[in-house]
Design a protein around this ligand. Sequence first.
Ligand code: PEP
Ligand code: MG
Length: 566
Amino acid sequence: MLKGVAASEGIGIGKVMIIEEHSLDYTPKDVSDTDAEIKRYQDALEDFCAETVEQAEALKESAGAKEAEILEGHIQMAKDPMMDGEVTGMINDGKCAEEAIDVTYTKYMEMFSQIPDEMMKQRAADVKDIRTAMLSILLGVKTVKISDAPAGTVVVANEVTPSMTAGINKDNIVGIITETGSQTSHSAILARALEIPAVLSVENATTSVADGDQVIVDGSEGVVIANPSDDEVSEYTAKREEYLKEKAELENFRGQPTKSADGTEYELFCNIGNPEDAKKAMAADGEGVGLFRTEFLFMDRDAIPTEDEQFEAYQQAALTLKGKGLIIRTLDIGGDKEIPYLGLEKEENPFMGFRAIRYCLKNKDMFKSQIKAILRASAFGDVRIMFPLITAVEELREGKALVEECKAELKEAGFDFNEDIPVGVMTETAASGVIADLLAKEADFFSIGTNDLTGYTMAADRGNSDVAYLYSPFQPSVLRMIKSIIENGRDAGIPVGMCGEAAADPKMIPLLISFGLTEFSVSAPSVLKVRGTIAKWTKDEADKVADKVISMTTEAEVLEYLDSVV
Ligand code: PEP
Ligand code: MG
């Protein structure tokens, strides 16, 4: 079994077709007729653009207009005056077109790949794709045609480039395996758009299998099984059918409100880490954002983002959401989330240390600039503020006082914002669970962060395999904590959501319906599944299940019972 990145879900079983990279070796030569060489380069560029337009058309048909834009972008990049000027300059200096393209494009590839940003890395991959295409044209190398692949083919390649993807006939290609790429690379985006199961970054994929081998691609789990046994083929065929059936059924929930079987409506929001994710949340049919993890805006850079930079990000998300709820969590750093330039000292016990709201309340300038950025974005949508890791009422009070201070300063400076912006608490510590009644009197909403709540209630670090058996939201202590938080919020008349992973767990959902949760915030791909699960339960049935569960003594008992009813 080979492991890789689960980049496009689903299961494919088929025969391997290895896409080899053809040699693009050339012998550099000096040219004297530079005009003729420039014409050779320009002809190649024209051929490239014409081919790419055709590929983009094909991709528009098979994957969609947005995906085709990736290839249209290649034309712009190839014609970019800087790059084009450098290639022409080198030819004018007597270099052949192959060398001029090779040297120039390689320089840009290296430049983009050195910038620690996923988008720039992607740009480097795009330039590489254009370089391959241009050199292939000049050298007369025939590029592989995935379009000729027979039905039931699993494409195995070092990398699947956008131009290769354009030739994919999705009726014939049942899986994609590559040696490079991540969740966010173009190959992953395109595989998802084409709904082809894909596992990327599988080490030595092209040498671990041979043309014609049977292979299973499990794009949901990131697993590849080469030359499977008959039992494995039957097992995965059944899994595949189950997956397809469930997927077709879930599509019926697209565009529908989120409702229990007896008609109670719920909010079904998404968790995001940047403004781009807000688009994914909307495309996935999310009804808002229940957790914007703003620490991602602070990572992968070497200085704190300014108020304006943050405002732009929050505003962009708010505009994308068009008035739908957007809960922005203030900076949650420390613990496992490091931001090197903040120079946080190494702590004996980082999860219990100087992190999240504790750090922000001691670094008021930075905190205020984030709060102001969020407030300014509140003029563009239904923006709400949420504080992480609250353990005491004073922290909430201090945070709220800062929000008031920021409002006064913004007003003075003439900025618009929502005067009544809701300020909520992320209930994710044992302390906040125990004093949920006190916090509920002063918070506008709660959102339960089960990822941390489980760890802090059980005093178990999920990263530590020796104690991982304790890390479960189905432990009676965690379930009681969740119930108490929801009930205390409900008694105080404030909405209670859940943004930890447990919110998407089909076993947890009936309990949450029974306890009275009002909003579920989950990852974008889980939206339809959660909506489908909520639709299965009436309050009465959920109450029966929850009553039983809450009287149980052990996690094993709880899970065994829930497994039998969901
Ligand atoms: C949580 O703790 O449950 C949560 C959603 O926040 P994070 O995973 O970012 O800590
Ligand atoms: Mg947390």
